[in-house]
Design a protein around this ligand. Structure first.
Ligand SMILES: CC(=O)[C@@H](O)[C@H](O)COP(=O)(O)O
Ligand SMILES: NCC(=O)COP(=O)(O)O
Length: 251
């Protein structure tokens, strides 16, 4: 089956907008778990524009599912991650002026840095995921760097006017990741109207979704927004699994 990671960053964005104490991203994480989230994802940015250090520690203390901490490869972030010990760390690229994470990590171009960061986190008992574009060369570099998980950046798919080619790229990337023995996750820019083709891709283990769920919660409430997303991705995956079984029975 497929897992849903709820990214709570933009609950914190709302709070940081006015430096209030609400809305509390930790409360959002706990309610998301009640509503069917399989894990909680949060991105501690170097500029602390949304999630704060205290949130990271509180999430580690409070949640009952898995914690997936996204961060850039810096000494500061690696030290925080090794101290907090989330279940997973997803290493992402960061550019100070970007509105959101614009592309995947260039593992090929920064191979030694990624390899050393991966080893340091794994030595602390943390599973390491690399947030990369759906490209065979990056997937190969991720495996060689020692990561056991990749998260495919779905931003190009989410923004494409004609998504068919991007879906094909993602399908090929999932197959390549599995061929390399990696766990393959995906996320970025996914929402209720575009998630289905991605959830249907056979072999994707987990989708991480945040911004669109926070937005949907404005109209439907937080727990329903989480529940509806979970139902959508599970329904898509059930369709795929039925299709695979049917194809096998005909063969
Ligand atoms: C890496 C990633 O995709 C997430 O961190 C997500 O986009 C939310 O964070 P930002 O909106 O700050 O990029
Ligand atoms: N890694 C992607 C993620 O956590 C969520 O991205 P978005 O849904 O906020 O775009």
């Amino acid at each position: 089956m497929i897992e849903l990671g709820i990214n709570i960053d933009h609950v914190a964005t709302l709070r940081q907008q006015r430096h209030t104490s609400y809305p509390d991203p930790v409360r959002a994480a706990l309610l998301a778990e009640d509503a069917g989230a399989d894990l909680i994802t949060l991105h501690l940015r170097e500029d602390r524009r949304h999630i704060q250090d205290a949130d990271v520690h509180a999430v580690r203390r409070e949640i009952r599912t898995r914690m997936n901490l996204e961060c850039a490869i810096t000494d500061e972030m690696l030290a925080i991650a090794c101290g907090v010990r989330p279940d997973d760390v997803c290493l992402v690229p960061e550019h100070r002026a970007e509105l959101t994470t614009e592309g995947g990590l260039d593992v090929l171009g920064h191979f030694e840095q990624v390899r050393l960061a991966t080893a340091r986190l794994q030595d602390a008992g943390i599973r390491v995921s690399l947030f990369i574009d759906p490209e065979a060369a990056q997937i190969d570099a991720a495996a060689r760097a020692g990561a056991t998980v990749i998260e495919l950046h779905t931003g190009a798919y989410a923004e494409a006017a004609e998504p068919a080619a991007e879906i094909q790229r993602l399908r090929a990337a999932v197959a390549e990741g599995l061929r390399q023995g990696l766990r393959v996750n995906a996320g970025h820019g996914l929402h209720l109207d575009n998630v289905q083709p991605i959830a249907e891709l056979d072999g994707i283990a987990e989708l991480n979704i945040g911004h669109a769920i926070v937005a949907q919660a404005v109209f439907d409430g937080w727990e329903r927004a989480v529940r509806d997303m979970k139902a959508a991705i599970v329904a898509a995956r059930v369709r795929t699994e039925r299709g695979v079984l049917l194809a096998r029975s005909k063969a």
